[in-house]
Design a protein around this ligand. Structure first.
Ligand SMILES: Nc1ncnc2c1ncn2[C@@H]1O[C@H](COP(=O)(O)OP(=O)(O)O)[C@@H](O)[C@H]1O
Ligand SMILES: [Mg+2]
Length: 247
């Protein structure tokens, strides 16, 4: 099972939108896929209309009293299940920190999913926390939606240094530009500059568009209802690049 995390220290950069669309595309390609909504705000669960049918507190999950597979619910899309978020996830860090080897807990929890799913997506809350450390430790790839702002350089440098310091040599760092407004000259400049410093940034750029924003109203993955549209094709291209890096 490959684990793909969508993360950024910042909120509102397109993490959830990306996680939902990529998980849908991965499943549509025939891989049994699970999207785990780790954000207590539950935006991914909302978009995919996934209701938890039982309450499973972060505490019980972290302590191993509850197993993840029994909490997964079908999304209504073929091969795609969702692990809905729970409001108790706001205290994830507290429960993780109470365990032995706290940074390795999430990887351990995910082992029970290996027999069922071939890909696990993690939609992460913003911030940098013990939970993020768990996510990076567990993940095979970390997809980072980047706003084209000068501060993204700093964030990406910090993230890269953190990965190197922890010797997570197998972890693929896959940043891409999100919410790009090509009419803004600042965006052009920042993108050119960042691409020079980080040649590994994915080629696909996701533009700023009200069509993409509308996904939250439609409550469905964009490639599910508009696969051949401009933006449907952009998400497909993004997934093709990521899938190639996952091997
Ligand atoms: N490319 C985009 N263009 C315009 N709006 C977007 C785009 N991607 C996401 N949004 C909107 O921006 C808001 C934040 O996106 P979201 O994916 O929830 O970000 P995050 O998970 O990082 O907080 C949502 O209202 C979403 O619909
Ligand atoms: Mg989100």
């Amino acid at each position: 099972m490959k684990i793909v995390a969508v993360t950024n220290i910042k909120g509102g950069v397109g993490k959830t939108t990306t996680a939902v669309n990529l998980a849908f595309l991965c499943a549509a390609a025939g891989r049994k896929t699970l999207l785990w909504d780790l954000d207590p705000q539950g935006a991914a669960s909302y978009v995919l209309r996934a209701e938890a049918d039982q309450h499973a507190s972060a505490k019980k999950l972290v302590s191993g009293k509850r197993e993840l597979p029994e909490l997964a619910v079908p999304s209504g899309y073929e091969e795609l299940d969702v692990l809905p978020s729970d409001f108790s996830y706001r205290n994830f860090d507290v429960h993780l920190s109470e365990r032995k080897r706290p940074a390795e807990r999430l990887l351990k929890m995910s082992r029970s999913l290996r027999d069922v799913y071939s890909t696990l997506f993690l939609d992460c809350p913003p911030g940098i926390s013990l939970l993020s450390e768990n996510v990076l430790h567990a993940a095979d790839a970390v997809v980072v939606p980047l706003l084209p702002t000068p501060l993204s350089v700093r964030m990406l440098t910090q993230l890269r240094d953190f990965i190197v310091a922890n010797q997570w040599t197998d972890l693929a760092l896959l940043p891409f530009f999100s919410m790009v407004d090509r009419r803004k000259s600042l965006h052009h400049e920042v993108i050119a500059n960042l691409r020079e410093q980080f040649p590994d940034i994915l080629a696909t750029e996701v533009p700023y568009s009200s069509e993409i924003e509308r996904m939250t109203l439609r409550r469905a993955p964009l490639p599910a209802y508009a696969p051949g549209s401009e933006f449907g094709r952009i998400y497909s291209a993004l997934w093709t690049e990521i899938a190639a890096r996952l091997g």
